[in-house]
Design a protein around this ligand. Structure first.
Ligand code: PRX
Length: 660
């Protein structure tokens, strides 16, 4: 935790959108109400959370205890309560007037539209759950979901929740090797996948990757692979194991009793990168997680019954869990789910879809916005100014810092200067938004995620956990537990404690981000303080990529760092020492290509190094530690001006000049 955190150049312009925000019961109406709620949550946290847990969730057995702090940091919330997440997302909508309301508007890669009402979704979830149940799966079993964006992936997630089956959704862009590691780590007995996925006009195999993953570790416990048929293309079929999703659903009863689980029952495990070579299985609860996802959906997006919500994330990431698979359904919203990519068939796709589906709340990532800024500079026809977009009232950003320039472009061209722009800071581990503006309430500073939500005691501290003064950088921490927080790292409680609750930080949750608070109390996120990169909003561990690279037969040593990139935010740069001799000029391109493909195969295409630099040696301390800060400087094209007298092999990087 010794990385220097640079001061950030603070923007000073404040935007206060003047628009008539629609109100709902739980909406925070003004800054005064926001401050009172913050105070209320500090003065009597138990009462605060209890009020929301009762008001927001449907319980089978109401809890008597709000927070169990007997074994920190293994906090338990509402721990003697029982509920079912799918009841809270589906059954509740059958009796509150939403039964015939459209739950999901699905738009496929090639523009086909399919709509499903709450009642229809409920029936399909029940039929599918009946099918899974008849295959012998039950509460506590583990299921891997490896599917494209579709109505069917929501059905799969909700059906598992109905039965208390613990899921781990694996992003379709991960390789069979990554898939295998996750299957093994959670000891899964069921996989739900699709034959193929369609993205950007391409057809990408998914079932093949599953077959391959299962052949890597033949001691796996998988009994069935359920396959959603997305295309007419053939796939390999193992009749004793594989079953089509439509076959499993057909002739099943349209109702199945939900399994009521304890509040702390793991709803899902979602893998994310950390600072070691092995991804962490972030374990979330049922009640606390759903409560926080729903509360934040309400506060941050001011969710109203007439809204059409569109979150462009993939369900393979936490954003797609909280703000696609669970919270919008729990609030009876209509949402758009999109199979494709923002640039296909052209870069006007998002804007066209907002207009055609009359989207009112749009939630995307800075990386998508940056790429669309670039394409609309090149081709005026796809510029958002050519689209109406007047249905929008709130636009959101997530996953990485949004620069003030990108913020302004989004606000002006997409929000047409009238929408609230919510820059939401949160993480896989936090379950839901943590620091974010309240639309129409919080005055906005471009580039700042503004203030913590009520109930969230965020702060910026030094190495000893003491608060730093305004304008100074430090570690972003959350001082008190909250219901949506990570419960554990699957199979690794020690790592959970060490990574998130280090002894020296007074028991605070350490987010892994640097931040600073300005003199108006606005939070500014400065980026990761660990060896984690953020490439196109995807979290990648440098150690994970290094481990993949050194597993290649030609590689002796590898050091991976990030460098700034105008489109992807950060780009992966790999410094490689080959076994044997330094490559000749003509060889290096070939080897670099092979190594890129190798990483793609080992982890997934998202982890491919953008640049590969061959060195004779890596710069190291006398004790043999790679000096990554020098590599970071080199990778970002800066010269090395600091004292390097204690660094071995320094000549090997001094003599190379890198221009990207
Ligand atoms: O560094 C922060 C960045 O993304 C990290 C969390 O990544 P992940 O767990 O994959 O979740 C992404 C979606 C919630 C954080 O540690 N990050 C996320 N949101 C923001 C952000 N950085 C700056 N501003 C944000 N709004």
């Amino acid at each position: 935790m010794s990385k220097d955190i640079q001061s950030y150049l603070l923007g000073d312009k404040i935007f206060q959108p003047d628009y008539n925000i629609k109100k709902n019961n739980y909406f925070i109406k003004d800054l005064h109400a926001y401050e009172s709620l913050c105070l209320e949550s500090k003065l009597d946290p138990e009462e605060f959370w209890k009020k929301y847990a009762i008001g927001f969730l449907t319980w089978h057995k109401l809890f008597t205890k709000v927070l169990d702090e007997s074994n920190p940091p293994f906090y338990k919330w509402f721990s003697d309560g029982e509920l079912n997440v799918s009841v809270n997302c589906l059954d509740v909508n059958l009796t509150n007037g939403n039964a015939n309301k459209v739950a999901i508007i699905f738009e496929s890669d090639d523009g086909q539209i399919e709509k499903i009402s709450y009642r229809e979704l409920f029936v399909r979830v029940c039929k599918f759950a009946n099918g899974i149940s008849k295959l012998g799966y039950k509460t506590g079993d583990k299921c891997i979901i490896y599917m494209p964006m579709s109505i069917e992936v929501i059905i799969a997630m909700q059906a598992c929740a109905r039965l208390g089956i613990i899921i781990s959704v694996v992003f379709g862009g991960f390789s069979s090797k990554s898939l295998q590691e996750r299957i093994t780590d959670i000891d899964a007995s069921l996989i739900i996948t699709a034959d193929y996925q369609k993205r950007g006009g391409k057809i990408i195999p998914l079932k093949d990757a599953v077959d391959e993953a299962l052949s890597i570790d033949t001691s796996n416990k998988i009994r069935n692979v359920i396959v959603y048929k997305r295309t007419d293309k053939d796939i390999n079929w193992f009749s004793s194991r594989d079953i089509w999703m439509f076959d499993l659903e057909s002739n099943q009863d349209e109702y199945i009793d939900p399994v009521f689980v304890n509040s702390e029952h793991p709803l899902f495990i979602l893998y994310t990168s950390g600072s070691t070579g092995k991804p962490k299985g972030i374990q979330h609860s049922s009640a606390g997680y759903l409560l926080w996802a729903k509360m934040t959906m309400n506060w941050t997006f001011n969710a109203n019954p007439t809204d059409v919500f569109w979150c462009t994330a993939d369900v393979g990431w936490i954003t797609g869990h909280s703000y696609i698979a669970y919270a919008p359904l729990s609030l009876g919203m209509t949402q758009v789910i999109f199979e494709g990519i923002p640039t296909y068939p052209n870069s006007g796709r998002f804007w066209e879809m907002i207009d055609s589906h009359k989207v009112t709340i749009f939630y995307t990532a800075p990386t998508a916005i940056r790429s669309l800024v670039k394409s609309s500079d090149l081709n005026k026809e796809v510029h958002p100014n050519n689209f109406d977009l007047h249905s929008l009232r709130i636009i959101g950003s997530v996953g990485e810092p949004i620069s003030p320039e990108t913020w302004l472009w989004y606000y002006t061209n997409v929000g047409k200067n009238k929408c609230s722009l919510v820059d939401t800071w949160w993480q896989t581990e936090t379950g839901g938004h943590m620091i974010t503006p309240i639309p129409g309430v919080t005055p906005l500073k471009p580039g700042s995620c503004s203030f913590p939500l009520p109930g969230i005691q965020a702060s910026v501290v030094d190495e000893l956990g003491d608060e730093v003064s305004p304008g100074k950088g430090g570690f972003l921490v959350i001082k008190k537990p909250w219901p949506g927080m990570i419960r554990n790292i699957w199979n690794d409680s020690e790592r959970f404690k060490n990574s998130y609750f280090p002894d020296e930080l007074k028991g605070y949750y350490l987010a892994g981000d640097g931040a600073q608070i300005d003199s108006d109390n606005y939070f500014w996120i400065l980026g990761r303080i660990d060896d984690v990169l953020n490439v196109s909003g995807h979290r990648l561990g440098t150690m994970e990529i290094e481990a993949a690279l050194v597993a290649h037969k030609l590689v002796s040593e590898a050091a991976v760092v990030g460098r700034p990139d105008a489109t992807t935010g950060e780009a992966v740069v790999a410094f490689i020492v080959l076994k044997g001799k330094y490559p000749e000029k003509h060889e290096d391109l070939e080897i670099a290509k092979e190594l890129r493909n190798w990483v793609s195969q080992e982890i997934g295409p998202i982890a491919k190094p953008k640049d590969i630099v061959f060195l004779e040696n890596l710069p190291k301390t006398r004790s043999g530690k790679i000096v990554r800060r020098l590599l970071r400087l080199k990778a970002s094209g800066q010269s090395i001006t600091q004292d390097v007298s204690t660094v071995d092999n320094i000549s090997s990087i001094e003599k190379i000049s890198i221009s990207f």
